[in-house]
Ligand binder design. Sequence first.
Ligand code: FES
Ligand SMILES: [Fe+2]
Length: 429
Amino acid sequence: MTETTPADTGTGYGRKEPSYDARLAEVGPGTPMGELLRRYWQPIAVSEQLTSDVPHRTRVLGENLVVFRDGQGRPGVVFERCAHRGSSLFYGRVEEDGIRCCYHGWKFDVQGHCLEQALEPDRGRRRDVARQPWYPVEERYGLVFVYMGPPERKPALPRYDALEPLEEGERYYAAWPIPGLPPTGLVSDFSWLNMYENALDPSHVCWLHSNHSGYQIMGTGGTGLPEAFFDPDAVADNITYTRTEYGAKYDHLIRDKDDNGEPRVRSFRTELHLPNVFVLPDYVGLPTDQGPDHVMWVVPMDDTRHRVFFSTRSSDPERLTRFALGIKQNGKDSWLLTEEERQRFPGDGEAQASQGAIPMHSEETLATSDRGVVMLRRMWKAMMDDVEAGRDPQNVTKVDGPPRHCDAGIITMPAGTPETAPAASAAGA
Ligand code: FES
Ligand SMILES: [Fe+2]
């Protein structure tokens, strides 16, 4: 008799169509995540690059907008489509007191008031009934912020202790050091979730940026973070995730010796201020016990694209380069790589973009190294529940307060922290 081997049914045949969690991934008006993100000020442009020359077209949370600075220096954000008959204000002209549409010459100020209707009797006897949809803006830390949420819910624009006060000789650097970008920044063609979830996924550093692609972070290997930091077998013992007042942080322990050869334990700590802000240590300079000088915002354009904005407080222009270009692939900046090098030395860009324009949640297999990501998704969902229940979500404050503490950096751990990681096998037992 011939024995038949049971068929292995784990093939790709008959798999369901992949799907995503719309509650997390969709950001347009009226969606749960879209309404949550609309309760916060979002960066929309770099202040010093926004001149009174021409208007700039952008897209934020699924809405097409035009951002400009009028001749009096006031930044403005309005809908792209003219309230008259829909021509794009991208083709409009910036004037002393507003922006004028190219088609029939209607002019709107930074709050959308119609100042003039060029072809109407008396330049518009009833111009006050035409209002260009607009959003409030404020400038801080070298960035222009926009508030796109319900007017009666408008919060105070938050301040961060990582960014103030400016010390002698310091300034804000908020523009990507890449020539030719508009003031609205650098676009990435995939969901903001791929990028922001990466901020609470420190274990990937122990694979992607080291064991897989070679040491990619300038200052790692022999000269910076010790090799043990990247040991995949120590991940479970070295990384913890904790909720904080403003969101969540991870601690990734660095176990090495100080200049006197004494064992020391420090933490590489990143904090997320929900829903879409985070603060990283200086991952190239690696200064110990020095507060962070840097804040980042991940801002969705729509469901499948996003932008990263940042502000760095520094007296050293190199600090910005170290931040923006501090990860090398095969020793090169990412835009210089051949396709083969991108395959052999992939970095964050390859890993995150290839997760998909929208992450397909039904296809994921979450495991222990995803604890931070799971924590983050739960926290977002609680915040969306708050919005739906009519409550202000976490980190919304209506009054100007002191700067929020940013709990990030390379931090000396308290005495008593074990100097060596327990054996991975023992920890797993
Ligand atoms: S469409 Fe803008 S003025 Fe007519
Ligand atoms: Fe990374």
